[in-house]
Design a protein around this ligand. Structure first.
Ligand code: FDA
Ligand code: GRG
Length: 454
């Protein structure tokens, strides 16, 4: 792979996970001169612990070919969602994939290179080059050699390490700290089971606060192999709950269906489960993917929304080039584009996530058993970040006289605040100067919301 230090690129992308390699592909397809850097070798591109599930619709939305052949570990027809007692099971239909994350990412990188992207693996990027208040490139080390690369725009797509963002001046609003309570710590093992899996084209999600406090455990079969599954567990961070691996071994892998199964792969990582970054752009810099907190806060899936963020970044950078303005103002449209594609829904799902994490297993069992939220309601809330009004009518009838008015009151408030936050994101400021006023409103809504549901 050829590269040249000290050369000027249009865009340097730090991190060749799904976010960075999608951005490289999309940008180079538009003719931009892109340098894509990653600390991992190509053979391990995209290799991070993951459940590997992704909805089909994301590929159409972003304009990236869906996985096929060796990029695909299985086709998904829908989800079985289990109540805490596992007596209530909802079947939610929806097409998706269990992807082979390495093969899929390698394809994105190869396609990007075919469009002109220069890709350099095994490079550790240490920080941004900053001049006159602008990011102008990156400093890196490869096999003991110090390198500098220059560009008009740097994209931080380095996942949870946020390698560029973490070392920018603290007063830049793109630098935000992550509250550990707004994370899930997730661990998974890919296992070969002794028996073939029934209904392997349905992935399973189990909600249970004892087994997975503030998260859930999952079993996502890789249907291509009949007896291979991705089994994992996520728990809310910052609460002192301990390590998800211990919960997985204690409560899940002891089940009959996993007896004598063998490990193919194992590993865990942190999942940011919150609203998107306050701004995804500043002078000469854009952030996407986990680095910009673009994960779905309720289910923790971040691959699809990372691709959407890559699309938003591509469109915003193209606009910045048209105007020859790489300042925060010139790159600002990444925020509006992302919020329209996903961010507004993501923020409203963040409130829903905070509410869900306060419910007891009894509440959840009750809600699912009484079918307060049915399959179609869950589908709608997950797709659009909206709670349908009919849910309240149903809830009102069910709760009447049962001594659970506080649950109804809270759910009505949650829906109201979800609407409010979506509306606020639709009014995301047009320029950086208006950000602080908007932020004050955002923080007020969060404060009120916390007071109401606590
Ligand atoms: P990602 O972390 O994938 O990529 C960042 C890249 O940057 C890496 O390749 C890394 O090597 C590189 N890098 C970092 N620092 C660097 C530096 N200083 N210099 C050079 N390179 C650097 N999502 C989903 O959609 N479906 C699912 O089923 C699951 N399941 C799941 C399970 C578990 C256990 C976890 C932990 C997470 C999930 N997720 C998920 C979330 C999903 O994995 C995540 O949102 C995306 O992979 C994020 O992709 P990014 O490209 O943003 O980061
Ligand atoms: C426990 C928080 C936590 C993290 C675990 C396993 C995991 C990380 C994430 C898997 C999430 C995932 C993609 C599950 C698939 C089932 C599902 C609810 C799909 C619906 O997804 P979409 O595509 O939603 O409709 P988005 O928000 O991506 O559009």
């Amino acid at each position: 792979m050829s590269f040249s230090a000290e050369r000027k690129y249009d865009v340097i992308i730090v991190g060749a996970g799904v976010a960075g390699s999608s951005a490289a592909y999309l940008l180079s397809s538009k003719g931009f001169r892109v340098l894509l850097l990653d600390s991992k070798p190509f053979a391990r591109a995209g290799d991070k612990p993951c459940g590997d599930a992704i909805g089909k619709h994301h590929f159409d939305e972003v304009g990236i070919k869906p996985p096929s052949n060796e990029e695909l570990d299985g086709y998904v027809r829908g989800i079985y969602l289990y109540s805490p007692s596992e007596e209530v099971v909802l079947r939610i239909e929806g097409e998706g994939y269990e992807i082979n994350r390495v093969r899929f990412t390698q394809r994105l990188i190869n396609d990007a290179m075919n469009k002109g992207t220069e890709y350099l693996d095994e490079v550790n990027v240490s920080e941004a080059i900053i001049e006159n208040g602008f990011v102008k490139g990156v400093k890196a080390i490869r096999k003991g050699t110090y390198l500098e690369f220059r560009s008009n725009v740097v994209i931080d797509a380095s996942g949870n390490s946020r390698s560029i963002l973490q070392r920018l001046p603290r007063e830049w609003p793109i630098v935000e700290s992550l509250d550990p309570r707004d994370t899930n710590i997730a661990y998974r093992e890919i296992r070969r089971l002794k028996k073939d899996i029934e209904d392997p084209e349905y992935i399973r999600i189990y909600v249970n606060n004892k087994y997975a406090p503030g998260g859930y455990w999952w079993d996502f079969p890789k249907s291509k192999y009949t007896n291979v599954s991705n089994i994992g567990l996520g728990i809310q961070g910052g609460m002192g709950y301990g390590h998800p691996r211990d919960y997985l071994y204690k409560f899940v892998l002891t089940r009959e269906q996993y007896r004598d199964s063998t490990i193919i792969e194992a590993g865990g990582a942190l999942v940011p489960t919150r609203r998107p970054l306050l701004t995804m752009a500043w002078n000469g810099i854009v952030a996407i993917g986990d680095a910009a907190f673009t994960v779905n806060p309720v289910h923790g899936g971040g691959k699809g929304s990372a691709m959407l963020a890559a699309k938003a970044a591509t469109l915003a950078i193209a606009k910045a080039y048209e105007e020859n303005d790489f300042s925060a103002r010139g790159l600002w449209s990444v925020n509006r584009i992302y919020h329209e594609l996903y961010g507004a829904k993501q923020a409203s799902l963040d409130l829903f996530r905070i509410f869900l994490q306060k419910l007891s297993d009894d509440d959840i069992e009750y809600g699912l058993r009484k079918r307060i939220m049915r399959e179609s309601d869950l589908y709608e809330t997950s797709s659009y970040g909206v709670i349908r009004r009919s849910v309240f009518d149903k809830l009102e009838r069910v709760l009447a006289g049962l001594g659970r008015p506080s649950l109804l009151y809270k759910l009505v408030q949650v829906a109201h605040y979800m609407d409010k936050i979506r509306e606020l994101y639709r009014r995301y400021p047009d320029k950086p100067e208006e950000l602080y006023k908007w932020k004050t409103e955002l923080e007020r809504i969060y404060r009120e919301f916390h007071e109401i549901i606590s």
